[in-house]
Ligand binder design. Structure first.
Ligand code: ADP
Ligand code: GLC
Length: 485
């Protein structure tokens, strides 16, 4: 089976969050399921720089925003189709934001062009290759099924089915109504049953309405999405199509994230040989200038600093963490007020709290390798990857009971401890008080070395790779084809 992935990010070329990890790792993992994946990406400068010199190019025809070409190349073990439209994509840095920190004003044209190109490839094929199914990821690819379905009925019947995966419903791709003609979309689709979202054009809304099947990245988030508390205005559309929505847990790349071979940590370790983890802990403490006696746990955070991630709650709970003799290392970037508040917390608690503001992939490995526990107090979390890295590295997750966090961590409550299944700490409701309680429970558990070590070993053995989820995607693809037959 052949699948076309359409996405705005993909590891190792361009990444602002977990979407990039998932697009890169899932497309590779699907090979074992007999699915041949090509990934259509915008040819941002970082993508172009990574492509080999010998590439083939074809024209996808006229797109919103002008002419473009498609570069087909293999890079980093992936089969890439890069949409080369310099006027739209030759901009360095964060893919979505200009130098002023605001969304590029032509984002509708940029990602509209990506969607139009994807629809052409799906319809007409590309030099002998035509996908059997299209897998669209997040709002940037939401118009693909709209372009396919809103042509003539005959053309629509001949196009491959589309799976629309929601990685985060908070990002919807909303634009003024004037974008509709600019993108060559028919006015008849601009209704509440189509791609209109309260008077605006909604890219994600279009994907949810016109795709053949819907997906998201954990079973709990699939349920949450259909509710007003989590659906962000799209809960009605999602609830209506609930039977066609699959919640499939993300995995992680077990080679990139492997404490037994990770070159970015101080020394390799494994479930059966935990002692060398102490070397990474030391390196981490030095890097963050922590005066670490080892008496309490070293908590880590690796995160975008946004309201979603609930890190304002951690700021409130800090006195309780410090009172227990614990330490904290934070790596993150995002909202200015959170960046400033964490920087101030580090200044006010030298040797106890260390903060690095910025994005640093290498340091994120050392944090998973050296930390005792990773904090993920998200208000909502479709899946979350850092708790999965934490499990793999024996860095016990302390997480809010929501979305994929609820599905991947087993709370160390009395029953789970007795049954010998606990892998971390969950808290609910998502408040500073409940987070503080969970931090204190982790501190208590840390004093019992036998218990803590048993939890580390169990966490490290939990399957967090892609195998079962890649198989689940392959099954959805097969069902989509069957439904068309
Ligand atoms: P989201 O996609 O919502 O940001 P995920 O947990 O799914 O959340 O994925 C976040 C990814 O980005 C993880 O791979 C995490 O390690 C990485 N990450 C987040 N912030 C940073 C940072 N400041 N430096 C390095 N890696 C980061
Ligand atoms: C989004 C979500 C995150 C998820 C990632 C990959 O960025 O916020 O929870 O893990 O997508 O699916």
């Amino acid at each position: 089976m052949k699948a076309l992935f359409v996405a705005s990010e993909c590891v190792p070329f361009v990444k602002t969050g977990g979407l990039a990890d998932v697009v890169g790792a899932l497309s590779s993992a699907l090979a074992a399921e007999g699915v041949e994946v090509r990934v259509l990406l915008p040819a941002y400068p970082a993508v172009k720089a990574a492509l080999p010199a010998s590439t083939t190019t074809v024209s996808p025809g006229r797109l919103p925003g002008g002419r473009a070409r498609l570069i087909a190349a293999e890079a980093a073990g992936l089969d890439i189709l890069a949409l080369d439209a310099p006027r739209l994509f030759a901009r360095p840095g964060n893919p979505y934001l200009g130098p002023d920190g605001k969304d590029w004003p032509d984002n509708h044209l940029r990602y509209g062009a990506l969607c139009r190109a994807a629809a052409r490839i799906a319809q007409d094929g590309l030099a002998g290759w035509r996908p059997d199914i299209v897998h669209a990821h997040d709002w940037q690819s939401g118009l693909v099924p709209a372009y396919l379905k809103l042509g003539t009925a005959k053309a629509a019947a001949n196009t491959p089915p589309v799976l629309m995966t929601v990685h985060n419903v908070a990002f919807q791709g909303l634009f003024p109504a004037e974008a509709v003609p600019a993108l060559g979309l028919p006015a008849r689709g601009f209704t509440p049953d189509g791609f209109e979202f309260f008077g605006q054009l909604g890219f994600l809304k279009a994907g949810l309405v016109y795709a053949d099947r819907l997906g998201t990245v954990s079973p709990t988030y699939a349920r949450e999405l259909a509710s007003a508390s989590f659906g962000m205005g799209l809960e009605g559309v999602i609830a209506h199509r609930r039977a066609e929505l699959s919640g499939i847990l993300n995995g992680i790349d077990l080679e990139t994230w492997n404490p037994a071979s990770d070159p970015l940590i101080a020394a390799p370790y494994a479930a059966g040989r935990l002692a060398p983890k102490a070397k990474s802990r030391k390196a981490l403490a030095d890097r963050f200038r922590l005066e670490d006696s080892g008496a309490g746990p070293l908590f880590c955070v690796v995160s975008r600093l946004t309201r979603q991630k609930g890190l304002d709650l951690l700021l409130e709970a800090l006195p309780r963490l410090l009172a227990r003799g614990a330490h904290l290392a934070v790596l993150g970037a995002g909202d200015g007020d959170l960046e400033a508040a964490f920087a101030a917390a580090a200044r006010n608690n030298p040797g106890r709290i260390g903060v690095v503001i910025g994005y640093d992939e290498a340091l994120s490995h050392l944090m998973q390798g050296g930390g005792d526990a990773i904090l993920v107090p998200s208000r909502f979390e479709p899946c979350g990857l850092t708790q999965l890295y934490g499990l793999r590295y024996g860095t016990l997750p302390v997480v809010a009971r929501t979305g994929g966090l609820a599905d991947t961590v087993i709370d160390a409550n009395a029953a789970a401890l007795e049954a010998g299944v606990a892998t971390g700490f969950q808290f609910s409701p998502v408040t500073a008080a409940a987070l503080g309680d969970a931090i204190e429970r982790a501190c208590d558990a840390f004093t019992d070395r036998k218990l803590w070590t048993a939890m580390m070993r169990r966490a490290m053995k939990q399957p967090v790779g892609w195998e079962s989820s890649a198989a689940a995607y392959a099954k959805v693809y097969a069902e989509m084809l069957e439904a068309r037959a």
